[in-house]
Structures are given as structure tokens and as C-alpha cells.
Design a protein. Structure first.
Length: 183
């Protein structure tokens, strides 16, 4: 059975190999561009009163950012998050050309999605009452996607650090990098 599947897959693999899918750094650039778009669009939403209201159950249950409402109010907290998302998106965008800026954007992105993932254990009514765990309910399905975005953020951070480290090693700016196993 396995050999039949392998035989059937060979033409598809050959086609994909010739398609440009293996272009150097295609995945890295697509992931970076996707994150820039996500931060642009999600940051844009935060400027409107509707989104400030939608964020209430999320921010209210987050142990890391629940202080935003007392400090800035509902709309002010939303604006702060929107501005942060645009800054991180801009840093990721400029990371196409300057990996050091990409590192800053990826750190901000990692913090953003680690923060949103931290909401999950504290959100009330997270499991469907009829089905129970692991059937998600309420806002949990929206938050679970941030696990992938957190992983993507860490991937971009790693890729940018490796690229900057290689550049520094080749120009001998940072002693001791040559011994690192990833370089």
C-alpha cells in the first residue's frame, strides 16, 4: 500500500519541484508578508469603537493586560493595542531589508501572541456545555489560532537572529558566534 501511494505521489512531487515552491526563502518571505498583513488589518480594527467593545471579554480576562482598562479606558486600550500592532507590523515589514528591525518586530509579535494565548485558561465558558472538553465554545476558537501565530513569531525571530548572526560572524563583529551550532 505504501509503495502505491509513493508511486502515485511521484508525479505530484516532480510538478511541485518545478513549480517554484522550492525557491530560496520563499516560505520565510511568505510568512513575514502574512504577519505584516495580519498586524496591519488587526491594528486597523482597533481604531474603531466597535472593536473596543469586542475586546472587552478578551482584555478583561487576560492576566497580563487587564490593567489597560483602568489605565486607558476601553477606547484608549484599544488604540494602544492598535498602535502597538502597527509598530510591530512596520518593524516586520522593514525586516525584509534590515533583519535587526525584523528581530524587534518578531519580539513584539511573540509578546503579542504569548499575551493573547495567556487569555485561554482564564476565559469563562470555554468548553461547550453539552460536549465538554475539548469542544471549544465562546471566544476560545478565535484565541486558539494565536498558538500558530505565536509559533510563526518565534520562527521569524529565530530566522532573523540566525541571519544577523551570520552577517556579524562574516564581518567578525561578534566574537564567539562561529561556535554556535546553528551557524
Amino acid at each position: 500500500m505504501t509503495s502505491l501511494i509513493a508511486e502515485a505521489m511521484n508525479p505530484l512531487i516532480k510538478l511541485l519541484t518545478k513549480s517554484g515552491l522550492l525557491t530560496k526563502d520563499l516560505d520565510y518571505h511568505l510568512v513575514r508578508a502574512s504577519m505584516v498583513i495580519i498586524f496591519l488589518l488587526f491594528g486597523y480594527q482597533k481604531w474603531f469603537a466597535y472593536e473596543a467593545t469586542v475586546l472587552i471579554p478578551f482584555i478583561s480576562h487576560d492576566p497580563l493586560i487587564s490593567w489597560l482598562y483602568p489605565a486607558f479606558g476601553f477606547q484608549g486600550a484599544s488604540w494602544l493595542l492598535g498602535a502597538s500592532e502597527w509598530i510591530f507590523g512596520a518593524l516586520l515589514f522593514f525586516g525584509f531589508w534590515d533583519k535587526r528591525l525584523g528581530i524587534l518586530g518578531a519580539i513584539g509579535s511573540t509578546i503579542t501572541f504569548a499575551t493573547t494565548v495567556s487569555i485561554i485558561p482564564f476565559m469563562p465558558n470555554k468548553w461547550d456545555p453539552a460536549a465538554g472538553f475539548p469542544a471549544m465554545a465562546g471566544n476560545i476558537p478565535f484565541l486558539v489560532k494565536d498558538l500558530v501565530l505565536l509559533a510563526v513569531s518565534i520562527y521569524l525571530l529565530k530566522q532573523d537572529v540566525v541571519r544577523v548572526s551570520r552577517e556579524a560572524r562574516s564581518s567578525k563583529h561578534v566574537p564567539g558566534l562561529a561556535q554556535h551550532p546553528l551557524l
